[in-house]
Design a binder for this molecule. Structure first.
Ligand SMILES: Cc1cc2nc3c(=O)[nH]c(=O)nc-3n(C[C@H](O)[C@H](O)[C@H](O)COP(=O)(O)OP(=O)(O)OC[C@H]3O[C@@H](n4cnc5c(N)ncnc54)[C@H](O)[C@@H]3O)c2cc1C
Length: 432
């Protein structure tokens, strides 16, 4: 049997794959978009989007259900807390992945891409001499298998990427490359959401909750909340995934119920889902190989190490992958040298931003006492509140000047703290 042939095959119709498919189809390419699942489908994700998602990808606007204008940060000891509020600019937008991903896949279809659902890609083989690649595909409904050939494959198939696994130019993840997170959507009426979280629909971030390096969250949607918890799969020789995370997540739910931040008995923890999030060192990340590009989670480079935010970076990588693929089609040059334009593009736009996120994770989120201090100081100090807001919501630009000012401010606050001059609240004995 001869394999069917397409210009470009994209494996995975998450935000990375669908944006790439849509951009390529608009540029006139014959694109095949394959996904193993039928849409709309659940994806383990809190589905909070930041302002840059909407600014740079306005097509997602129709599926943003609601916007949050306040965010509360809680310290590891749970003794300290501060809130940031923004009237003029929302802090987060909320959607559901079932809706968002279905919407983006439909836009790709509308632009002319062929979207095949329920098609599991089981392997990728290079044809040699840069002639292209063959994908082995299984139709999940019938069990039938077939091959698809294309000059270029875009692997946008998420953290468990088969393209990454079966292509000789990409290395497998190491445990240190992976974060792990739990997510549970808790439906409740719209009025109940407003009663508990207010008209700003305050979202909550609990730093280093119950000694878990990372953070737990409540993302407030219109008629439900997403609660979850993210950490490193392995940190300082200790495993944090699996049962450890599941137990802490249950403790988190109990705590929220006790504090009135979640109505009693509405969260069914047996429905919690867990997923890995790749977060590799940008320095070492390889995102192109022979006849292939990796986008989104499959690449590992496109996630904020601090917050686990990946939707925006996935869409951006999909956009750049499409641009490079389109140029390769136009020139007929699919050599690794031509495809090297892809890392050049994304590095120019993203490297600094993602490195600052990594810095914030390394020097704050991974260190319990610094998380405590950040929230304790933030109670008194507007600059610290703004900085936390910048790192978690990305509303202002982070650059070298910002970091230098932050360092100067940190030293000033440290001295004030040592001299007991932070403010009245600091002298209360329960803050000792
Ligand atoms: C608990 C949790 C919470 C998160 N919260 C947020 C958040 O609030 N905001 C944010 O920005 N990011 C968040 N993220 C990160 C975000 O979910 C990911 O970064 C993002 O989904 C990556 O998009 P993608 O397109 O690369 O891959 P995915 O969204 O994972 O899509 C991959 C697609 O590939 C398909 N696929 C996989 N294997 C195959 C195969 N062999 N054959 C065919 N198809 C295949 C899958 O069915 C899937 O549809 C969160 C992640 C987790 C785990």
């Amino acid at each position: 049997m001869t394999a069917e042939t397409h210009d470009i095959c994209i494996v995975g119709a998450g935000p990375a794959g669908s944006i790439a498919a849509e951009r390529l189809a608009r540029a006139g390419a014959r694109v095949l978009l394959l996904d193993s699942q039928r849409f709309p489908r659940y994806k383990c994700c809190a589905a909070g989007v930041l302002w840059h998602d909407v600014e740079d990808f306005p097509e997602i606007k129709p599926v943003i259900e609601t916007y949050n204008h306040a965010m509360a940060f809680h310290s590891p000891s749970l003794k300290h807390e501060f809130s940031i509020r923004s009237d003029d600019h929302y802090l987060l937008g909320q959607t559901y992945r079932a809706q968002l991903d279905d919407h983006l896949a439909r836009l790709a279809e509308k632009a002319g891409a062929e979207f095949r659902q329920g098609q599991l890609v089981t392997g990728v083989e290079l044809l040699g001499d840069r002639r292209g690649a063959v994908l082995a595909v299984k139709d999940k409904a019938s069990g039938n298998t077939y091959d698809v050939t294309s000059r270029l494959v875009i692997g946008a198939d998420g953290v468990k990427s088969i393209v990454r696994k079966s292509h000789p130019d990409f290395a497998p993840w190491s445990k240190a490359d992976l974060l792990i997170a739990s997510e549970l959507d808790v439906p409740m009426g719209e009025q109940r959401v407003l009663d508990i979280y207010g008209k700003d629909r305050t979202t909550h971030i609990f730093m280093y909750f119950d000694n878990l390096p990372g953070y737990a969250w409540i993302f407030t949607k219109k008629t439900s909340v997403s609660i979850g918890m993210g950490t490193m799969l392995e940190f300082e020789g200790k495993a944090y995934g699996g049962r450890a995370l599941a137990d802490k997540f249950k403790a988190f739910v109990v705590y929220l119920e006790q504090k009135g931040l979640l109505p009693a008995r509405v969260a069914d923890t047996s429905k919690t889902s867990y997923a890995l999030i790749p977060s590799v060192s940008l320095k070492d990340s390889v995102t192109h190989g022979r006849n292939s590009l990796l986008a989104g989670d499959a690449a590992g480079a496109f996630v904020s190490a601090l917050s686990g935010e990946g939707i925006y970076y996935s869409m951006l990588s999909g956009k750049y992958a499409a641009r490079v693929a389109s140029d390769a089609l136009a020139t007929g040059d699919f050599s690794p040298q031509a495809l090297a334009e892809y890392p050049r593009l994304w590095r120019a736009r993203l490297e600094k931003e993602l490195n600052y996120q990594y810095f914030a994770k390394r020097y704050m989120l991974e260190v319990k006492r610094r998380c405590e201090k950040a929230v304790r100081w933030g109670q008194h100090d507007e600059t610290i509140r703004n900085v936390m807001s910048v790192f978690f919501t990305g509303i202002w630009k982070i650059d070298r000047k910002f970091m230098t000012r932050l360092y100067g401010h940190y030293v000033r606050l440290k001295v004030k703290d040592l001299l007991g001059m932070l403010g009245e609240r600091e002298r209360k004995k329960d803050y000792a």
